[in-house]
Design a protein around this ligand. Structure first.
Ligand SMILES: [Zn+2]
Length: 422
């Protein structure tokens, strides 16, 4: 090799070694919503670089070489969040028992289903989701890894791994000779030590949040057992989410220090007041009545859809009046002909509205409060310098009409436009 050629080679290598200057994106936001305050600021500029927001304000100068995205006629806000999803699960049609999924679907199939549902949700404006179990053998963890590699567009995921519960998971009446095939999705844990071991197992396989199911059976966790779970979760920097409907099991969950009560359909005013006092979140999964009717009949608590639908509205209304912290959670696991999962998740807005929750508080529950519960407030949930650029827009003001969220037509995820406004 001649000296010149060698020089050229070195120069070329050097060229490749120097990273290209990051492209700055400037978003002109005609109406910028701050869901933490329920306010709108006019004619703002948002600068985005390397996936993160670097500046926001009316007087922010747009650099000459920036790519400009014009959302001057739109309402812009941080991406939506859902604190209770099962994107890797869809109940089998035809009123099959819930447990049938375990027999019919493999973990890889469940991960692909999660990717499909996650992309539908992302396109609709949900940029972060907390997958609270029912993901077979850690399908969510693998999906999260693939998204992290950048192989696919998808939402930020927090995964729970296997749901920890007293013997039997959430199955009912499986004959003894069938064995514990619910262990495909659940960890049996009947003592505080078994709960701690289950938490270790989940964290080892990638769990970001710990999910317990407390009252699926006549037997349920004691306050001391919940406290052990909370201690173990918190010492590993994870929140503890507990499925519980009500009664003495819910007393134990709240007193034991869970970060969130999932469902809580039968919570009394006294229990809601205790939650407010302790700062426990309610992730109410406030099902519309029409959705309840489509759930698997194996869940006897949901047997009477109309009665349960009214009970949910009443509980949400009481929680709102008492001032319990609330984070939006959908728990959608069924399908409806001709409708996407995102369409179905937006049906919950009508329930919140009927329960008397203000549009501002609904938006807060879908952003700021979720980010707090998911322990990611410093990274996501607001449009501010230093936050990841998870930004959505729509052609109307959701603070005036909450159903406008169905019209989201722009989605930016980690600074990448995954849906462009038309
Ligand atoms: Zn659920």
């Amino acid at each position: 090799m001649s000296r010149n050629m060698f020089k050229k080679l070195i120069a070329t290598l050097f060229l490749f070694a120097v990273p290209a200057a990051a492209q700055t994106v400037a978003i002109r936001a005609g109406n910028l919503i701050d869901p933490a305050k329920g306010t709108v600021s006019k004619d703002q500029v948002i600068l985005v670089e390397n996936g993160k927001i670097t500046a926001v304000g009316a007087g922010v100068a747009i650099p000459k070489d920036a790519q400009v995205i014009d959302l001057s006629k739109e309402w812009v806000m941080p991406g939506l969040m859902d604190a209770h999803t099962h994107i890797t699960l869809q109940e089998l049609p035809g009123k099959a028992p819930f447990e049938a999924v375990y027999l019919k679907e493999s973990t890889p199939f469940r991960a692909l289903h999660g990717l499909h549902n996650g992309q539908i949700q992302l396109n609709a404006g949900f940029t972060t989701m907390r997958e609270v179990g029912n993901e077979a053998d850690y399908a969510c963890s693998d999906l999260k890894k693939a998204l992290h590699e950048g192989w696919f567009d998808g939402p930020t995921l927090e995964c729970a791994g296997k749901i920890i519960g007293p013997f039997g998971g959430q199955s009912k009446g499986i004959p003894e000779e069938m064995g514990g095939y619910w262990l495909h999705e659940y960890i049996d844990a009947d003592t505080a030590d078994e709960i701690r071991k289950g938490i270790h197992q989940n964290i080892y396989y990638g769990a970001d949040v710990i999910k317990l199911v407390a009252d699926n059976s006549e037997y349920y966790y004691t306050e001391a057992q919940i406290r052990a779970a909370a201690e173990e979760s918190h010492s590993a920097g994870r929140a503890l989410a507990v499925h519980v409907y009500g009664g003495p099991a819910a007393d134990n969950v709240i007193r034991g220090g869970a970060d969130s009560v999932e469902h809580g359909f039968a919570l009394t005013d006294e229990q809601l007041k205790l939650m407010k006092e302790k700062g426990t979140y309610l992730v109410g999964t406030d099902f519309p009545t029409a959705h309840l009717a489509g759930l698997s009949p194996s869940s006897d608590v949901l047997a009477d859809a109309n009665k349960m639908g009214s009970q949910i509205i009443d509980r949400l209304s009481r929680a709102n009046k008492i001032g319990v912290k609330m984070a939006f959670g959908s728990d959608t696991v069924t399908g409806m002909p001709g409708r996407t999962r995102a369409d179905m998740v937006f049906d919950y807005l009508a329930v919140w509205k009927t329960a008397g929750v203000s549009n501002a508080d609904i938006l807060k529950a879908m952003t700021t409060n979720c980010a707090d519960l998911l322990r990611i407030s410093k990274e996501r949930g607001a449009i501010a310098a230093g936050q990841y650029a998870d930004i959505i827009a729509m052609p109307g003001d959701p603070l005036q009409e909450i159903e406008t969220l169905r019209k989201v037509n722009f989605v930016m995820k980690n600074g990448k436009v995954v849906r462009a406004a038309k």
